[in-house]
Design a protein around this ligand. Structure first.
Ligand SMILES: Nc1nc2c(ncn2[C@@H]2O[C@H](COP(=O)(O)OP(=O)(O)OP(=O)(O)O)[C@@H](O)[C@H]2O)c(=O)[nH]1
Ligand SMILES: [Mg+2]
Length: 695
């Protein structure tokens, strides 16, 4: 399978053979295990590692190995047949959702992995929606078919119900649970079985067992019918022959996958090495190459521009990950256009500075150095000092700025202090490095207490970050209790608030007169990334020129940073500029901006405001007999229970709980259920905080 040709081929034929693939799923569905098996089958590694032994390629950081979870997205590349696959194993835990976001930005396709017992889980739904937003085509892999209670049909039904109306299963499992030995490929109508050979992975291709023949034919007929209903060319053939040829079916599945109109579903057991070869074949057959996806768009001085995946075009590449280690800095890039060569000087389109590429490496299990990389590729480079996650690198003669992924807004904060004052400066450096690698970590100094504080997406996110400071930098740190980030919103607004900003005491004066209304904004409050704010102007007769209206809006946005209840960000409000006045000489945009800021700041003091706290949707899976205790505990944590469903001998409880009450929940649940309870969370916006009386 392995060929150096495929690795080094350049030109369009080479690009068509590339697949930039992400592995996405809920925590523990088996992404890292699937990745490990792919690398093994592709000949990249000669021994399969296990997550629980801490021996996999992609869970390579010490904390990943100890905790048995993926923390950091890891890119690796391998060769399958004529194809080169650059694969990113992403984390499933919600605290690391930003890693998934940054990965999705540079991927052309993804495999969504599901647990055959649990089906679609909360975080599978979240990452699915993330992939929808990025328009990344997917195929589904229902994993863990060897587990007791595994059920492919139920998993497919949950995909249909919760994720996509057209999941198309192209395999029929052979054997159940511990007796799961293979699949019938419904396209070729062959049985693929895996023997427990010396390597535990001998694939055999044989006729469909008699006992499964009728069922396989029934499912193939249903598949033909479903595909014909979605694909016009297939429909023509279906109308004529009441069936589809394998070639037509195959081609239609590729079109439907790339168009996002259907999701091909495969199944297997990564742990038992079953089902991975057909998964790789489906990845290369159905998911797009960099040539099949729309050209990347960015901005230039002359406006928006597109860059096709052309090795001869000007360079355009996006940094999606930076790894800072003691031995140096590795920068992961996705090339969208052009060719990058060792020794090249590249332009950082954001800062206008240039940097030099010292070395280029394949993202292989063993870092292989290469002289060049072309459009469509994902590589690591050495030598860049300033480039950050989200930086665009381009040809100095053809600047183009690509849009970086939007970093999630941190919701949890801890104070971090060096135990020994000699380490204080080193701690500041360590915090800055963490934030360079992961833009969803924000380090700052609290202006009131003077303490260093670190903010992130959750308790685990911060715990992992602090542990890295301890280990990688050898700094002993004291960490405060986690605090949630509050927000403020408007419960009852005000109308006709007047602000006159006048400074006319000689020299150039300032004059801006504004009248605003403030009202609550319907719909979900506290949208991410500065959402939850609307601005309009009803000023007539040109009393306030358009550029000044814009300045007022900018001023109002400035005022949102600092609410009246406690200086928290303000969200969920609409401001309407209803009137104003200008002065022929002294009015200016800065004057109106100041007026907008001060007007809203004062108006908010007259509004009835409500303090908001972040809340999370929690899904707890516990043995049936522990349900009562869990429900009581959730209520004590101010949780609103939304449902409790029996599933096998366990119960799945869902509740919306304030994030502040979830600190330490992992430990509490473990002791309450003798270690048998598990839970996952996902952000569910903001809700009024108790005790914070509206004023
Ligand atoms: N029974 C069974 N267990 C599996 C299978 N695949 C993975 N596992 C186990 O499930 C656990 C989680 O697997 P991982 O590969 O770490 O899952 P992940 O999706 O990468 O998890 P995160 O990265 O932490 O989100 C490990 O203990 C695996 O050995 C499978 O096919 N069958
Ligand atoms: Mg993993």
């Amino acid at each position: 399978m392995r060929s150096t040709d495929v690795r080094t081929t350049t030109g369009t034929a080479g690009i068509a053979a590339v697949r930039n693939l992400g592995i996405l799923a809920h925590v523990d569905a088996g992404k890292t295990t699937v990745t490990e098996r792919i690398l093994y089958l592709a000949g990249e590694i000669h021994r399969r590692g296990e997550v629980h032994d801490g021996t996999t390629v992609t869970d390579c950081h010490p904390q990943e190995r100890e905790r048995g979870i993926t923390i950091s997205a890891a890119a690796v590349s391998c060769v399958w047949g004529e194809h080169r696959i650059n694969l990113i194993d992403t984390p499933g835990h919600v605290d690391f959702a930003d890693e998934v976001e940054r990965s999705l930005q540079v991927l052309d396709g993804a495999v969504a992995v599901f647990d055959a017992v649990a089906g679609v889980e909360p975080q599978s739904e979240s990452v699915w929606r993330q992939a929808d937003r990025h328009g990344v085509p997917r195929i589904a892999f229902v994993n863990k078919l060897d587990r007791a209670g595994a059920d492919l049909d139920a998993a497919v039904a949950s995909i249909r119900e919760r994720l996509h109306p057209a999941p198309l299963a192209v395999q029929l499992p052979i054997g159940r649970e511990g007796g799961f030995t293979g699949v019938v490929d419904l396209l070729t109508m062959r049985a693929l079985t895996w023997d427990d050979g010396p390597d535990g992975d001998d694939l055999r291709d044989g006729p469909v067992p008699d006992g499964l023949r009728a069922e396989a034919e029934r499912r193939r007929a249903l598949l033909d019918e479903a595909v014909a209903g979605l694909h016009p060319a297939a429909l023509e053939e279906y109308v004529e022959h009441s069936a589809l040829s394998t070639a037509t079916l195959d081609a239609a599945l590729r079109d439907l996958t790339r168009g996002g109109e259907a999701v091909v579903v495969l199944c297997g057991s990564a742990y038992r090495n079953r089902g991975i070869e057909p998964l790789l074949d489906a990845v290369t057959a159905y998911l797009p190459s960099p040539l099949d996806v729309p050209a990347v768009r960015g901005t230039t001085d002359a406006g928006e521009a597109e860059r096709a995946a052309d090795p001869d075009g000007p360079l355009a590449a996006l940094v999606f990950k930076v790894n800072v280690t003691a031995s140096g800095r590795l920068t992961c890039l996705r090339l969208y256009s052009g060719t990058l060569r060792k020794g090249d000087t590249v332009l950082d389109a954001g800062t206008g500075r240039t940097e030099r590429i010292a070395r280029i490496m394949q993202v292989a299990a063993h870092h292989l150095e290469t002289d060049a990389a072309v459009a469509g590729d994902i590589v690591e480079v050495v030598g860049l000092k300033a480039a950050r996650t989200g930086t665009t690198l381009c040809a100095p003669g053809a600047p183009l700025l690509l849009e970086p992924a939007v970093a999630a807004v941190p919701v949890v904060t801890v104070a971090v202090e060096a135990r020994h004052s000699v380490d204080t400066d080193r701690l500041a450096v360590a915090l800055a490095r963490l934030a360079e690698e992961d833009p969803s970590l924000v380090a700052r100094t609290d202006p009131e207490t003077g303490q260093r504080v670190l903010s992130g997406l959750g308790e685990l996110h911060l715990e992992v970050a602090v542990e890295r400071i301890r280990r990688a930098h050898g700094i002993e740190v004291a960490v405060g209790r986690p605090q949630v980030a509050h927000r403020e919103t408007v419960d009852r607004g005000v109308t006709g608030h007047v602000h006159r900003h006048v400074k006319q005491d000689g020299g150039a004066g300032q004059f801006a007169h504004v009248v605003i209304d403030v009202e609550p904004l319907d719909g979900p409050v506290a949208g991410e990334g500065g959402g939850g704010f609307a601005f309009a102007s009803t000023v007539t007769g040109g009393r306030v020129p358009r550029e000044y209206v814009q300045a007022v809006e900018a001023g109002c946005r400035d005022a949102l940073a600092d609410g009246p209840l406690g200086g928290h960000p303000v969200t969920g409000l609409r401001v309407v500029l209803t009137d104003g006045a200008t002065h022929p000489k002294d009015s200016s945009e800065p004057a109106f901006r100041t007026a907008g800021r001060l007007a809203l700041r004062e108006a908010l003091r007259s509004c009835r405001m409500v303090l908001l706290e972040p809340v999370a949707e929690v899904t707890v899976t516990v043995p049936q007999e522990a349900v009562g205790g869990v429900l009581g505990d959730l209520a004590a944590r101010r949780g609103r229970v939304q449902g409790s469903d029996p599933r096998g001998g366990t119960a799945v409880v869902t509740a919306v709980v304030p994030l502040a009450e979830l600190f330490g929940y992992a430990t509490a649940l473990r002791s309450r259920t003798q270690g048998r309870g598990t839970f996952t969370t996902r952000p569910a916006g903001y809700a009024p905080a108790p005790g914070a009386a509206a004023r």
